[in-house]
Structures are given as C-alpha cells and as structure tokens.
Design a protein around this ligand. Structure first.
Ligand code: DC
Length: 211
C-alpha cells in the first residue's frame, strides 16, 4: 500500500509523512531530498554546463536509508538556502525529473511507503492507495520553517524564509513538467489550524478506515 503526500513548501509534509509512516509501520520516502541532493552534487561539481552529462556521472546513491554522495550520507548540507533554491530551479529540468522518476517508482512499487513531494499523486505513484494534498496558510508555513531551521541550528530570517517560500511556490506551481498540483483523487488537508498530531490523526483515520 502506497501513500502519496503532496503540497507546497513548508506545509509540514516531511514531519507529517514521517509520523504517519511510523504509525503505519512502513518506510518514509522524501523525494524533495532527492532534488536537493542533485542540487548539492551540482554545486560540488562546479555548476557543470551539460546537465545530461553531469547526471550520467553523478556520484549519488539513492536508497531507502537515505542519499549518499561519494559514499557520505547527506543530511544538513541539503538544507542550506542555496541548495533549497537551486533544487527548485533544477527540478524544472526534464532530464533531472526523468533521472529521479525511476528511483522514486522503484521505491514506491517495491515497498509499502509513505512518499512525499510535489508530483507523487499526479505522476510518480498515480495508483497510490491514498493521496493527500497538504497545505497551510503561507505565513504559518514560513513561521514553521523558520522555527525548524533554528531548531536544526541553521541561520534563519523569517522574512527571507517567507520570500523564499513564495518564490519556490511560484516555480513549483508554474513549471511545465509535473507542476505542484492536487491530484483529482487526493484528499485536501489544510493544516493551518491543526497541530502535527491532529494532522497525522486525521490522515491516519482516512487510511485506517479506508483499507
Ligand atoms: O520538499 P522539498 O522542499 O525538500 O523539495 C525541494 C524542491 O524539490 C522543491 O522546491 C521542488 C522540488 N521537488 C519536486 O519538484 N518534486 C518533488 N516530488 C519533490 C520536490
């Protein structure tokens, strides 16, 4: 059974997806981290001009445990604002999306998973048993992301976080390939006035009652 969770940046997808996966005792797959890993590798590689050639030789390994770059498990380096903005720009490029699609489908088809991103319900796992579109008011999304950054020990400025979110929303919503969009059969969850626990509870109820 696969569960797709899509939605704009900062809606709490990762936290909610992780908690839901834990509750359902199935793995969690963060596809945003994959786009971020490509952005990280691209920067490390000196912003190579030929994207397709770069993708062919990129030393990334995507596994259920995480993403490795030259054998090193990537974590905090994926959360810098440079990598964040670049991941959104690179995610517009067809070769990048194509490169990741296979890995994402493999992870979604071989396992029961909770997979989160922007195009999981519309493209990657069209047949997911449950699809959710998680959103929240932009000011709340910015505030949550800002607090998360501080918790992780990253530098953060609320106004900048909000500007970056709005810019990424624009890029992710309006790109040609696989834009951020609610799948027709997705359940809309607005978490603006819900706690994390309430959001997870609501989604888990849909899953547990719908099985
Ligand atoms: O979820 P995130 O913020 O970690 O994602 C980083 C970027 O990757 C986001 O701005 C858009 C892109 N992305 C995408 O295009 N498709 C996905 N399924 C997941 C992320």
């Amino acid at each position: 059974m696969s569960i797709a969770i899509d939605g704009p940046s900062g809606a709490g997808k990762s936290t909610v997806a992780k908690a839901l996966a834990k509750r359902l005792k199935i793995p969690y797959v963060d596809t945003g981290a994959m786009y971020r890993a490509i952005a990280y590798a691209y920067l490390e590689g000196g912003r190579p001009e030929d994207l397709e050639e770069f993708l062919k030789t990129m030393p990334l390994k995507i596994s259920p445990e995480g993403i490795y770059y030259k054998g090193k498990l990537l974590d905090k380096e994926l959360r810098t604002s440079e990598v964040t903005m670049l991941s959104s720009s690179l995610s517009k490029e067809a070769p990048v999306r194509q490169y990741l699609l296979e890995d994402q489908r493999r992870l979604g088809q071989d396992h029961n998973v909770v997979m989160e991103g922007r195009d999981i319900g519309t493209v990657v796992l069209k047949d997911a048993a449950f699809k959710f579109f998680l959103t929240a008011d932009v000011d709340l999304r910015a505030k949550r992301r800002h607090e998360q950054n501080i918790e992780k020990g990253l530098e953060s400025n609320l106004e900048e976080v909000k500007e970056d979110l709005l810019k990424r929303d624009q890029q992710d919503l309006h790109r040609e390939i696989a834009p951020l969009k609610q799948a027709r059969d997705a359940i809309l969850i607005d978490s603006s006035h819900l706690t994390l626990e309430e959001t997870v509870e609501k989604m888990a109820q849909y899953v547990e009652e719908g099985q």
